[in-house]
Design a protein around this ligand. Sequence first.
Ligand code: SAM
Ligand code: SF4
Ligand code: SF4
Length: 343
Amino acid sequence: MADRAAVNPVPLPHDLLGRPLHDLRLSVIDACNFRCGYCMPADRVPEDYGTDASQRLSFDEIDTLVRAFVRLGTRKLRLTGGEPLLRKRLPELVRRLAVIPGLDDIALTTNGMLLAQHAQALHEAGLRRITVSLDALDPQVFADMSGRRGRVEDVLVGIDAAVAAGFRRLKINAVVQGGVNEDQVLPLVERFRGTGHVVRFIEFMDVGDSNDWRRDRMVPSSVLRDRIAAHWPLHPLQADYRGEVAERYGFDDGEGEVGFVSSVSTPFCGDCHRARVSADGRLFTCLFAADGADLRTVVARGEDALAAHVADLWRARGDRYSELRGSPEVRDRRRVEMYLIGG
Ligand code: SAM
Ligand code: SF4
Ligand code: SF4
């Protein structure tokens, strides 16, 4: 790992609320092979949705972008989408990013449909962490939630392939919606307890303007935690690092842990150190922002210019949507779609 002082010769930016820029979520593609109703509903997003390759940041541009973010203090990078495994030659991109000095961690979030095909090449390229989204084990519920595009067997085979390729301790993310997949919570816990993988339940969020979000469809984490604990007693665990979004709980019998991401019931804006960049190179300083700032033209001017530009944008950041949710200040605001910035 390169000397941090050499990587960061300039003061690191803090936003208006004193938050550093520690994490970057980078969408590598805005297309997806699923149509999850909470993200990209089939009746609102056309079958062939997706920008042309020429509109996406190239690997060279992504390389410059990530290097500039690292200079501003970014240590963790998550590749996401849309569905990132639809981006051609993704392992080649990982290979390039894995050698950037100062970048400690590269992870990938995927719906898992194509994971069996790509796990080995991604591991060989240097990827070490994968999060798989898996909302249900019941084949029918799963198929319905994916907009009738996905098969749960394929995702489970993908998870096994990832383990065979050398990935350890996968995160398995499930978005829980009342009346849709609440009954899948205990089966998901049971399936992955004792495997080393960590299931994390995510509160259904009001991201974007397409998913007809209603608060009464969101199942608070506290309800799920109590339900799980009634079967398998739990105790709270320390966060792995400051700004970790999931609250962690260990099983008292030592069979691993489970996590909860509670951004609706328990907002964590005060610790939000995360920037998001869309596949076409726009910076979003909040998951619920209306617009992003175009970085692509500045990427063309190189790493120094980009780092200075992003530092200025970050210093002007005052986002805390989840803390203000429902207040007049944000109520009628337009919100970027999740599939553009990757969660
Ligand atoms: N396609 C990949 C996948 O599904 O893992 C990566 C992109 S997806 C936008 C990233 C994450 O956002 C997924 O875990 C998904 O479940 C989550 N997500 C999407 N819409 C959501 C919503 N309305 N509320 C909570 N989580 C959501
Ligand atoms: Fe696609 Fe992921 Fe959104 Fe589902 S959550 S539609 S898999 S981008
Ligand atoms: Fe961060 Fe915005 Fe979510 Fe708050 S609402 S935690 S600022 S992304």
